[in-house]
Write a protein that binds this ligand. Structure first.
Ligand code: FAD
Length: 445
């Protein structure tokens, strides 16, 4: 018998969410992550749980509806990581008409199953706190709700919860080989220590590395095309004192967000560019930084220049190639491709996906194939599914308190550094996620 029912390559939000859902259903799960949990694209996002207002223009109603309804599920599940945020959209003359924007927000309100979040409305910016940092010419705007999220911690807590439900989570462990027979044989490398594990089903959830994993580790080319699209962010000293996020239309009709970030900063992003290069270190180009400053300077009184940027980072999306020309037009929806060639162990490949929809992606994946029965899995309304991700079980609250050193740490800490407490807590779960929480703290603060 195989050691595991399900082996997952990749400890980003999609791998961790799938591990949590599957472990909750009693499936024996192994997740391997070559670096730290959430160290890939899942810590380089815009840190929003959102429906994606822009996707309405592309007719992606299914994705928008699903993402909108996930906002409140995640708010309930992890209120310490997901926070409601009001956004201001000031229309810039010459771009989308005010009528079109208002209609888009009306659709956004009715597509999202809102119970907690307030509806959109038109705001008089001459008397509204969100109008204060904007240039005087912006006399009205549209206000609506989405949420912000601590992306890397959401990944960590999903992995920790999966481990509490019995999953084996191995960080700093690279899968170097996957042999496909009637079951999978995986060769793993943990700091030079080689080990072998077997599993009935393999999931390639390696984010932007899916192509590399398919070609060199599984040695079966991807069944569908993938588009690697880079998005960059800059961090500057806080541009305004209110708690609003701003969504700004750029002259090329893309949108740029300006969000309050880590108390004293503003996070500005993102760009969209085809990506070719080293996945371990995607970095913003001077052109991207200039573009983001230029968009912000069209709206805010305070001028931002590239030399005021205190930090910048890029992430790479691995999107399902739908043939779109422009990077910003490629679908942001997820696509799951299941290959169960006769007599061979099944392989599931994950394309795309958003932080916002990770839970629904996991449900959809397990509905396609149940690794324990070898048949179609349980649908979203089944009891088995409710035991997995659907059950609105709260994620652990512990790892978000700040200790004396300003790092986030698990649980109450002695004065000083949180590291030892983190270690004790996570070692007991045998996940070695302490490094993860530590690393995540360093990344995000
Ligand atoms: C700029 C930008 C902004 C975004 N903003 C948002 C947003 O605001 N809201 C939202 O909902 N979504 C957003 N997204 C989308 C979201 O961030 C991604 O879709 C999501 O993080 C993808 O997660 P993943 O698990 O598929 O990939 P990743 O997070 O990249 O995880 C894949 C993991 O696989 C590991 N791996 C690779 N090869 C191996 C191997 N051989 N062995 C072991 N491990 C391996 C990697 O180390 C990596 O950690 C944004 C994306 C970008 C790029």
């Amino acid at each position: 018998m195989a050691d595991f029912d399900l082996a997952i390559i990749g400890g980003g939000i999609n791998g961790a969410g799938l591990a949590r859902d599957a472990a909750g259903r009693g499936i024996r799960v192994l997740l391997v992550e070559m670096n730290d949990l959430g160290s890939g694209t899942s810590s380089a996002s815009s840190k929003m749980i959102h429906g994606g207002l822009r996707y309405l223009e592309h007719g992606a109603f299914r994705l928008v509806r699903e993402a909108l309804s996930e906002r409140e599920v995640l708010l309930r599940m992890a209120p310490h990581l997901v926070r409601p945020m009001r956004f201001m959209l000031p229309p810039l003359p010459g771009l989308r008409s005010a009528l079109l924007l208002r209609f888009g927000l009306f659709l956004y309100d009715i597509l999202g199953a809102r119970r907690l979040l307030p509806a959109s409305r038109t705001a008089d910016l001459t008397h509204h706190p969100a109008g204060q940092p904007l240039k005087r010419e912006f006399r009205y705007g549209f206000e609506y709700s989405d949420c912000s999220v601590d992306d890397s911690r959401l990944v960590v807590l999903n992995a920790v919860d999966a481990a509490e439900r019995g999953a084996v989570i191995q960080t700093r462990t690279r899968c170097t080989r996957a042999e496909r027979r009637d079951e999978w044989e995986l060769v793993l490398n943990d700091h030079g220590r080689r080990s072998v594990a077997t599993a009935r089903v393999l999931v390639n959830a390696a984010g932007p590395w899916i192509g590399g994993v398919a070609d060199t580790i599984i040695r079966q080319p991807l069944a569908r095309g993938v588009r690697l699209i880079k998005g960059s962010h800059i961090v500057v000293r806080r541009q305004f004192q209110n708690d609003f996020g701003y969504i700004l239309e750029a002259p090329d009709r893309r949108v740029v967000f300006v969000l309050p970030f880590a108390d004293d900063f503003s996070l500005i992003g993102t760009t969209d560019e085809n990506f070719v290069g080293d996945l371990s270190a995607p970095t913003p180009t001077p052109q991207e930084i200039g573009y983001l400053c230029d968009v912000v300077n069209r709206y805010f009184r305070n001028v931002v220049t590239p030399d005021e940027v205190v930090r910048s980072f890029s992430g790479v999306r691995a999107l399902y190639d739908d043939g779109s020309n422009k990077p910003e037009d490629v679908t942001r929806d997820y696509e799951l491709v299941l290959d169960k060639s006769d007599g061979k162990a099944p392989l599931l490949t994950v394309y795309g996906g958003k932080i916002t929809t990770y839970r629904r992606l996991a449900e959809a994946a397990l509905a396609r194939w149940d690794p324990t029965s070898g048949r179609r899995g349980a649908g979203p309304r089944s009891r088995r599914c409710r035991a997995g991700s659907s059950r609105p079980r709260r994620l652990n609250r512990k790892p978000t308190k700040r200790c004396g050193d300003g790092h986030f740490c698990p649980g109450s800490t002695p004065a000083g550094c949180c590291m030892p407490t983190g270690f004790a807590w996570t070692e007991s779960l045998k996940t070695r996620a302490a490094w993860t929480i530590w690393d995540s703290s360093l990344r995000a603060t």
